[in-house]
Write a protein that binds this ligand. Structure first.
Ligand SMILES: [Fe+2]
Length: 266
């Protein structure tokens, strides 16, 4: 893969909350899987710079959890570059989770990855939040570290709203709550918890996409995922799912180019 497309979503803030004084943009990165566009990811970095984003949100799976040595050098270099220019908010995906969790397979590679991105200044959100103001818009950015069964079971019932509250606490009532959560299948739980905007990835757009129909199969070999890519709405809450920038075990994309997502807040 040598090219990606740029996908732009307009994010309207509901009237009950304070929106931005001036429109601004942010970037959503997901599922890079250690992919490089140009030397040192120069093509990707330039595309990001062109948008003059106020923040970069990372929805996980920047590396590949290959055993015994995960592929993560490109992901680390990208985080190093991005943090020189932008605040970067990061939640882990299942690949980071595996590397972190299974020390018997990966040794200390998980620690090395997370220590490195922290040292660059990445805001790693492990069931935690940070409060920021962009263009006078009060935003709380949350990162949800999904329990492993949420990846294994894939089913809707593997994560309830009560579990999200248990992991994160209550959302802020008077601020715009952005939730970084790698797996989009639990949108109902995220929205019911109070996420005004969920940012996710994981399904790579459904790998093969049919016109008028959407994604056919996920990297986890599940057919016809509901939230494969795009902007979804539910009871006034929204979710943007990125098709991702890379791939791993099944390096195929049909009608489904890698994408860089730009969020235009108005
Ligand atoms: Fe993933």
């Amino acid at each position: 893969m040598s090219e990606f497309k740029l996908t732009r979503y307009r994010i309207r803030v509901s009237e009950s909350l304070r929106g931005p004084q001036q429109p601004f943009s942010a970037i959503l990165l997901s599922d890079l899987h250690n992919m490089s566009y140009g030397e040192g990811n120069s093509v990707l970095l330039q595309a990001i710079r062109n948008e003059k984003p106020e923040a970069v949100f990372v929805a996980g799976d920047m590396l590949i959890s290959e055993k015994p040595e995960p592929q993560m050098d490109v992901a680390l270099a990208l985080m190093d570059e991005l943090t020189k220019q932008y605040p970067v908010y990061y939640v882990e995906g299942n690949h980071e989770y595996k590397v972190r969790r299974y020390a018997e397979a990966y040794g200390s590679e998980g620690d090395r990855f997370f220590e490195a991105i922290r040292s660059f200044g990445v805001h790693l959100l492990k069931n935690a939040c940070e409060r920021i103001d962009i263009q006078k818009m009060p935003i709380t950015v949350w990162g949800l570290e999904l329990p492993w069964q949420c990846y294994k079971r894939f089913g809707k019932n593997a994560l309830t709203t009560a579990q999200v509250t248990e992991l994160l606490g209550e959302p802020d009532e008077d601020r715009y709550n952005i939730l970084l959560a790698h797996h989009p299948v639990y949108f109902e739980a995220y929205a019911a918890w109070g996420a005004d905007l969920t940012l996710a990835g994981h399904l790579h757009g459904g790998i093969v996409r049919l016109p008028y129909f959407g994604g056919v199969i996920t990297p986890q070999l599940r057919f016809f995922p509901k939230y494969d890519r795009g902007l979804f709405k539910r009871r006034g809450k929204q979710m943007v799912v990125s098709a991702g920038l890379g791939s791993h075990s099944i390096p195929i994309r049909i009608n489904n180019p890698p994408e860089l997502v730009v969020l235009d807040f108005t």
